[in-house]
Ligand binder design. Structure first.
Ligand SMILES: *Cc1c(COP(=O)(O)O)cnc(C)c1O
Length: 394
């Protein structure tokens, strides 16, 4: 027996739920790629993406996922043999560094921990040791989607500055842009990247990169540049060069609609919505944790992301819980990945999410905990409901 008829709810941290309006925006014929409409669409998106990154720098749109956008950042500013410092806080910065090492870059990982965010003081100390300035760039994620860590990019930017180190600071915002504040220029970030399919509510397939004047200057000397990713190649006067070929027109229609929806809601409200729904999830997990089986992966409360919560399971198989939620109730939870494979599940709360989606997801998890007789503190969903009732004013 199941209670899963109806729309399956995807509570995985990407791809996320796409609004019907975004899906419908793609259901139309292609544009003439040489038309003024096409040029205007591109210009409006580049301007809005720059605003989302909060930069006066240049923004580029690639037909690529996040991995592609990573490669775009690396190839445009680095040369073979350059040294890259990777700030670990889970899986994703490590993946970015792995791509760099395959490209011929020397990679050093500043050891972090799967259970915590990056420590800015450790970054500063490492940079001060690099007296010869061998490190050419530093990469970090704002949110690590595997561990659930939220990194204080502003504080890391300040640490780099107070070390007096000239390396470029490059930040991955794939799991945070449009959901949590990000201030590229104000926080001292030189290059930022993101993707379409998480907070931005758009199908997978678009990668975004923003670069400031300092990065564009370093770019001139970089020898890892290749034609598709190259920023200079994308600056030509012909419109098609913005995409190094045919524009991904339908994905652009989708992105246009998604950003319009974010503007209609107001970016500040979107950030607040994410923080309220994230806290509702955390209230539920905190209550369930009293059973000694479930727990937060990220130890410190202020280092937990507002877009995804990674929940560890001690002595029980998260796969069984996930299977019950999906097959019986139609809710798909994220799997624990990397070091947390087989030991955790993830609840995504990013992008097109509202109170019924989140409360429904929490309710289903609680149904599963009961059905599978997994010990847990009672009243998790109720704690989430109470929190929202107190916090979302009349
Ligand atoms: C999902 C994700 C990526 C990778 O994006 P893909 O589109 O899967 O290549 C990179 N960084 C972070 C933080 C992510 O969450």
């Amino acid at each position: 027996m199941t209670v899963r008829a109806g729309r399956e709810f995807l509570a995985i941290p990407g791809p996320t739920t796409m609004p019907d309006e975004v899906l419908q925006a793609m259901h139309r014929p292609a544009l003439d790629i040489y038309s003024s409409q096409m040029v205007e669409l591109t210009e409006s998106l580049l301007a809005d993406l720059s605003k989302l990154f909060a930069t006066k720098g240049k923004t580029y749109i690639y037909i690529a996922n996040g991995h592609g956008a990573w490669e775009a950042t690396l190839s445009n500013v680095l040369s073979r043999g350059d040294k890259l410092l990777v700030l670990e806080s889970g899986r994703f910065a490590i993946g970015w560094g792995h791509a760099a090492s395959l490209m011929g870059v020397e990679v050093e990982v500043l050891k972090g921990d799967w259970r915590r965010a990056i420590r800015p003081a450790e970054v500063e100390a490492r940079l001060k040791e690099d007296k010869e300035h061998r490190i050419k760039a530093i990469v970090a994620v704002q949110v690590d989607t595997a561990s659930g860590a939220y990194n204080d990019i502003e504080a890391i930017g300040k640490a780099i500055k107070s070390a007096g180190h000239p390396a470029l600071f490059m930040v991955d915002t794939v799991a945070s842009l449009g959901c949590m504040p990000f201030e590229m220029d104000k926080w001292g970030v030189d290059v930022a990247m993101s993707g379409s399919q998480k907070g931005l509510m758009t199908p997978p397939g678009l990668g975004f990169v923003a670069a400031n004047a300092r990065a564009l200057d370093v770019h001139k000397q970089a020898n890892l540049r290749t034609p598709y990713w190259d920023w200079t190649e994308r600056e030509g006067t012909e419109h098609y060069r913005k995409y190094a070929g045919t524009a991904p027109i339908h994905l652009l229609f989708a992105l246009r609609k998604a950003i319009d929806m974010l503007h209609a809601e107001g970016l500040e409200n979107a950030f607040l919505r994410h923080s309220l729904l994230a806290e509702a999830v955390r209230r539920a997990v905190a209550a369930w944790s009293e059973g000694q089986v479930l727990g937060f992966n990220i130890a410190e409360a202020n280092e937990r992301s507002d877009t995804v919560t990674t929940v560890t399971m001690n002595g029980f198989d998260p796969a069984a819980l996930q299977r019950y939620c999906k097959e019986k109730c139609g809710v798909v939870l994220g799997t624990g990945i990397g070091d947390l494979s087989g030991q955790a599940f993830r609840i995504a709360h990013m992008g097109h999410v509202n109170a019924p989606m989140i409360l429904g997801t929490l309710g289903v998890i609680e149904v599963a905990l009961n059905a599978l007789k997994i010990p847990h503190g009672k009243g998790g969903t109720e704690a989430a409901i109470e929190y929202l009732g107190e916090s979302v004013g009349a």
